[in-house]
Design a protein around this ligand. Structure first.
Ligand code: UDP
Ligand code: MG
Length: 338
């Protein structure tokens, strides 16, 4: 049997949680029918909800053995919720999804189909339209993805979501990134592996409200940029170089003008101006150098893995053996059926 852990971060979701539970159990029953090798566990993370989410989870766990939950001491944010869920999941496959049904459970069989034969390590959805979102918000979102993909080596796909069906191997790689400031969209992409993007139209929440304000999203996007790019630290260097270059031009112009007597400024003024530009440029440049060292230190302190292995000859052999056994098992099951 193969266990699928469904990780669901919840923050004030009392209105949708019962609906979600109903949907997810329906789809898991359907999947266990279609793929008899699958079992499910649901791991809910109560992220310091102020409503009755925790009570709901308690009663769900009482009546359904597959339900587990972790309740935080306060609100730590969705990122922490996902991390806790991945860390405590036991399954061979791990699903991360929102509680608000904006990540339709109906996609799960399709996602599993991509992941089961090992062609992909992760299947996720990518929304193609930003319907139901304000124009300003969409514009900022697009701008964010453009900037991010310019200045960071980690590719972040526009519209990609935290709705993922992943293998244990990929999740272990994600857990190896123990950084405190977590920007999942970046982390999912940083660890590599083959990801299948399934396109779909955005779905609105059936109840409850989104906990993201515009300001919250803005801060989150800055966090993303800072976590996956050190380009902002290089800005000082660049500005410094530009200012110095300007100062040199100014010096040359001033010298030429004073040689030919074209200068009608008060004594010492042009020299002062040139020196101000020259030294502020040098200062910025030096700050930029400090920034470069800071960025290296910053990356070191994140303690990210140096590399992530996907396959060795050993794991390849094991997988082949398991596949052979599997087909044997299926054949014998078929002959028994006959
Ligand atoms: N969430 C959470 N902690 C928070 C905020 C949100 O665990 O501090 C959960 C929330 O319960 C939901 C998911 O993260 O399951 C997505 O949140 P939301 O629907 O508010 O975000 P949106 O869909 O608008 O991006
Ligand atoms: Mg939502």
């Amino acid at each position: 049997m193969k266990l699928v852990s469904v990780v669901v971060p919840c923050y004030n979701e009392q209105e949708v949680l019962p609906m979600f539970y109903e949907e997810i159990t329906k789809i898991s029953a359907q999947m266990s029918n279609e793929f008899p090798e699958l079992e499910f566990e649901y791991l809910f993370i109560n992220d310091g909800s102020k409503d009755t989410t925790l009570d709901l989870l308690r009663s769900l766990a009482e009546k359904d053995k597959r339900v587990r939950y972790i309740s935080f001491s306060r609100n730590f944010g969705k990122e922490s919720g996902m991390y806790a869920g991945l860390k405590n999941s036991k399954g061979e496959y791990i699903v991360v999804m929102d509680a608000d049904l904006q990540h339709p459970p109906a996609f799960l069989p399709k996602m599993y189909n991509y992941v089961r034969n090992g062609e992909y390590d992760c299947a996720t959805t990518r929304r193609v339209s930003r319907k139901g979102e304000s124009k300003v918000r969409s514009w900022f979102a697009r701008l964010f993805y453009r900037i991010m993909n310019k200045i960071s080596q980690t590719e972040i796909v526009d519209g990609a979501q935290d709705f993922r069906f992943m293998t244990r191997q990929m999740v272990d790689a994600i857990l190896d990134m123990s950084e405190y400031n977590r920007f999942s969209k970046g982390i999912f992409s940083w660890v590599g592996f083959n990801t299948k993007y399934i396109e779909y139209e955005n779905v609105e929440r059936p109840a409850g409200t989104s906990s993201w304000s515009f300001w919250g999203l803005f801060k989150y996007s800055l966090e993303g940029i800072m976590a996956f790019s050190t380009a902002p630290l290089a800005i000082a260097s660049l500005l410094g170089i530009l200012t110095c270059a300007f100062a040199f031009v100014l010096i040359v112009v001033t010298i030429i003008r004073s040689i030919f007597g074209w200068l009608d400024a008060p004594d010492g003024y042009p020299t002062l101006l040139c020196l101000i530009f020259l030294f502020s440029g040098l200062q910025l440049f030096c700050v930029g150098i400090l920034g470069q060292y800071l960025s290296k230190t910053y990356l070191e302190t994140k303690n990210r893995p140096i590399y992530i292995t996907k396959e060795t000859e050993d794991t390849y052999r094991q997988r082949k053996k398991a596949a052979a056994q599997n087909s044997q098992f299926q054949q014998s099951a078929e002959t028994e059926n006959k």
